[in-house]
Design a protein around this ligand. Structure first.
Ligand code: ASP
Length: 334
C-alpha cells in the first residue's frame, strides 16, 4: 500500500529528529518536496478563442469596441485593454476616469490605474496628476521597470521621462461640480448607482490570452492622497490566465478590506463560475460591514470567456462584447 504524503512526512520528520537534523535543514527538505510535488504553473492558453471583452458601466460599450478594434489590427489582450482604457480616459465628459474626473476635496484630480496579463505580470500607478493615460503608464511600469507600482511624484517623473504628455485634468465641468460641493463640503462617499464610474476591463484575445485593467479618478472629493482599490493588484483587479480575471467598481475601501478581485479569481480557481464567484465576493462584504450606503460591483471572466457580474445594490451594469456583438447587461444584486 502506498503511504500517504502526510504519513511519509511524519515518519521522515521523526527520522530527521533521530539523526539530529536541525529545524532549518528539515524545513529546506520539506520545502523542496512541496515544490516538486506541485503542478508546475503552465499559464497555458487556449489555441483559438473569439476575442471577448467585458467592461464596467455604459462607457464599456465604446471601450470594448476600441479594444476589439485594436485586436483586429493585430493587438493582443494587453493592447485591447490599453486601447479601451485610453478611449475612456480621454473622454472629458466622464466624471470618473482620466481627464474630466472629479477632483479630491482640495481640487486636485488624482488618478489610479493598473494592468495585468495572463502570466501574472502587473503594473500600477496611483495618486498621479497631470497624466492623461495612467493605464498606459501602468503598462510601462510593468514592461519597463522591475517594479509593480509607482506612486505620486515618482510616477509623474516616470511619465515625464517617457515623454507622456502633461495635461490639466480638471475640466471646467468638473471644477464647477467641485465648487458647488465646496459650499457644503459634506464628505460622504455616495454610492455609485449612476451609470458611469471607474472602468474595469477584462479581455480575452484570439489566442486565449487574458488581460485586465482598471482606471479611475477615484471617489469624488476624497482626501488628498487617498488611493482606492483600483490600482491595487488583488483588490481592483486580478488576473490569473489559468482560471480567469476579475475587476471591481464601487467604494474602494470595502474592496480593499476584502481583497475582492483576488477573492473572485480564487473562487473561480476552486471551481465556482464567474457569476457565483462574484456573488460570493459581494456577500463577503455584505457579511462583514454595513452596506446600506455603499455600492460595490464585481465583474469576472474565466479563461474560456464565460462572464459574471454582481453588485450589492441595483444599478451596476456592464458591457459584454464578443466579436461583433455587444450587449449592456444589468448586473444581479443583493
Ligand atoms: N473604486 C473606485 C475607488 O474607490 C471608485 C469607483 O469605482 O467608483 O477609488
Amino acid at each position: 500500500m502506498t503511504k500517504s504524503r502526510r504519513t511519509f512526512l511524519n515518519e521522515a520528520a521523526q527520522i530527521a529528529g533521530a539523526l539530529g537534523l536541525g529545524r532549518f535543514a528539515w524545513n529546506r527538505f520539506e520545502n523542496q518536496l512541496n515544490a516538486e510535488s506541485q503542478t508546475p504553473p503552465t499559464h497555458s492558453i487556449n489555441s483559438v478563442s473569439t476575442p471577448t471583452m467585458v467592461s464596467t458601466w455604459n462607457h464599456g460599450i465604446l471601450a470594448n469596441q476600441a479594444g476589439l478594434e485594436a485586436q483586429s489590427q493585430g493587438g493582443n489582450a494587453l493592447d485591447m485593454i490599453e486601447a479601451a482604457a485610453r478611449l475612456v480616459e480621454s473622454d472629458a465628459e466622464g466624471l470618473s476616469v482620466g481627464i474630466g474626473g472629479l477632483p479630491d476635496r482640495d481640487g486636485h484630480v488624482t488618478l489610479d490605474a493598473c494592468i495585468m496579463d495572463h502570466t501574472g505580470n502587473a503594473g500600477s500607478v496611483c495618486f498621479v496628476q497631470g497624466v492623461e493615460h495612467p493605464l498606459s503608464l501602468a503598462r510601462r511600469v510593468m514592461e519597463d521597470t522591475p517594479h509593480v507600482m509607482l506612486s505620486g511624484a515618482g510616477a509623474e517623473q516616470f511619465a515625464r521621462e517617457l515623454d507622456f504628455p502633461q495635461i490639466n485634468l480638471l475640466t471646467p465641468k468638473a471644477q464647477k461640480a467641485w465648487e458647488k460641493w465646496r459650499i457644503e463640503s459634506d464628505y460622504a462617499p455616495v454610492i455609485n448607482r449612476e451609470n458611469h464610474d471607474t472602468i474595469g476591463l477584462l479581455a480575452l484575445d484570439h489566442e486565449g490570452r487574458l488581460a485586465g485593467g482598471c482606471t479611475t479618478s477615484g471617489v469624488a472629493y476624497k482626501m488628498h492622497g487617498r488611493v482606492g482599490d483600483s490600482p491595487i493588484i488583488g483588490a481592483g483587479l486580478f488576473v490569473d490566465g489559468r482560471y480567469g480575471g476579475a475587476t471591481a467598481t464601487g467604494l474602494g475601501e470595502a474592496v480593499m478590506r476584502t481583497v475582492g478581485s483576488f477573492l473572485v479569481v480564487e473562487l473561480m480557481r476552486q471551481g465556482l463560475s464567474p457569476q457565483l464567484a462574484c456573488e460570493e465576493a459581494v456577500h463577503r462584504i455584505m457579511n462583514s460591514m454595513p452596506t446600506e450606503d455603499l455600492q460595490v460591483g464585481y465583474l469576472a471572466m474565466d479563461r474560456d470567456g464565460a462572464i459574471g457580474g454582481h453588485a450589492i445594490h441595483s444599478g451596476f451594469n456592464y458591457a459584454h462584447t464578443i466579436g461583433d456583438e455587444a450587449a449592456l447587461i444589468d448586473a444581479t444584486h443583493g
